[in-house]
Design a protein around this ligand. Structure first.
Ligand code: F0G
Length: 350
């Protein structure tokens, strides 16, 4: 059967008003890519798969939630949508709004959004504004604006976003026949961890697919859920999760606790090391997307989690192309050769 997007695939499990027209870019159905190299570091007989969400239409997992949020908005004849974003939500909202033919406004923290994301939002025709502040400031502003004007909020405070994003859990269970033993992912505004836990529980109720332990991973400089209080000036190289006051923080903590997992933080170098390790297996993801599995490896190395013989799935939330600067700016200068064979031989063989 051809793939028609996550709403068509899971309609009866998604709480979307029946009269809502489906606005889709055929998101979802992303691969579970085996990572035997990193699996070998996690313990004996561990199987590790990455759910590569970078292969969604706009290059991140946000498309799963956006198809449902924009479809619901279409059902209400909404004319414009707004979001605050560290970049991926912006690009996704812009694309689905364009598909429906309505306006999209995005508010981003100045200077902290990776170029591939900003370019996406502009390419899809969004009206982009930046704020001299953090993502958290931007979110506060758009929430207030959406309460005063008829502009629909499509951040993951919008419950329809979660309805879409939980389909990632359904796909994992469908592909593996059951939930993995451990499931790890990056945590920013905490919508995705909340969605996955909803999805795993719903599928388990329906199909007895089991429940994973969930490890949510923040960056050390932006770890409000680990510290137990908001972070005023969050900082991390993983700009996608540079968030000091997660809107769904309580639900994220509940998901981790109820699942027998936890929320931890790892350093920026640990995140970038894992980004390189994944790339060494052919999977290039943006920094935030490496945080989940970086965190799990960190726990294993510190003898806090033992994984021998178990199955692990990590969500790689966004494509490496979103933030190519992080690679090129850190790379050594690329040698420049005259157009002569001798120069090439000298460069390679000398
Ligand atoms: N990974 C990536 C690549 C993201 O873009 C985000 C969030 C997350 C992980 C964390 O997901 O917020 O549901 O806990 N990006 C949002 C945005 C904040 O605006 O694009 P979360």
């Amino acid at each position: 059967m051809p793939w028609n997007g996550v709403i068509a695939q899971y309609r009866e499990l998604i709480d979307l008003p029946p009269n809502a027209p489906v606005v889709t870019l055929l998101e979802g159905n992303t691969p579970l890519i085996p990572l035997p190299g990193v699996a070998g570091l996690l313990g004996k007989g561990v199987t590790l798969h990455a759910k590569f969400e970078g292969l969604n239409p706009t290059g991140s997992f946000k498309d799963r939630g956006m198809t449902v949020a924009i479809s619901e908005a279409a059902g209400r004849k909404v004319q414009s949508v707004i979001c605050a974003s560290t970049g991926n939500t912006a690009a996704s909202a812009a694309a689905y709004a364009a598909r429906l033919g309505i306006k999209c406004i995005v508010l981003i923290p100045q200077g902290k959004v990776a170029m591939g994301k900003l370019a996406g939002a502009l390419a899809y025709g969004a009206r982009v504004l930046q704020v001299d502040g953090s993502f958290d400031d931007a979110l506060t502003m758009v929430v207030q604006l959406s309460q005063r004007h008829s502009i629909a909020l499509v951040n993951s405070l919008n419950p329809f976003r979660l309805e879409g994003q939980k389909t990632g859990a359904f796909e994992i269970c469908d592909a593996m026949g059951k939930a993995p033993d451990w499931f790890c992912l990056p945590v920013g505004n905490a919508g995705n961890i909340t969605s996955y836990w909803m999805g795993f529980r719903q599928y388990h109720q329906l199909k007895k697919t089991g429940l994973p332990h969930i490890l949510g991973v923040q960056a050390e400089g932006s770890a409000p859920l680990v510290l137990g209080h908001p972070v005023e000036n969050p900082e991390t190289v993983a700009t996608a999760i540079r968030i000091g006051k997660p809107a769904r923080g309580e639900q994220a903590l509940d998901a981790a606790q109820e699942s027998g997992g936890k929320i931890i933080a790892v350093s920026d170098p640990t995140i970038l090391d894992m980004q390189a390790m994944l790339a060494a297996e052919g999977l290039w993801v943006e920094p935030a997307s490496a945080a989940g599995i970086a965190g799990l490896l960190h726990e294993v190395r510190n003898n806090r989690i033992v994984l021998d013989g178990q199955s692990v799935v990590t969500v790689c939330t966004g494509h490496g192309l979103k933030d190519s600067d992080i690679i090129t700016k850190r790379a050594p200068a690329i040698p420049l050769l005259p157009p002569e064979l001798a120069a090439l031989e000298k460069a390679l063989l000398a």
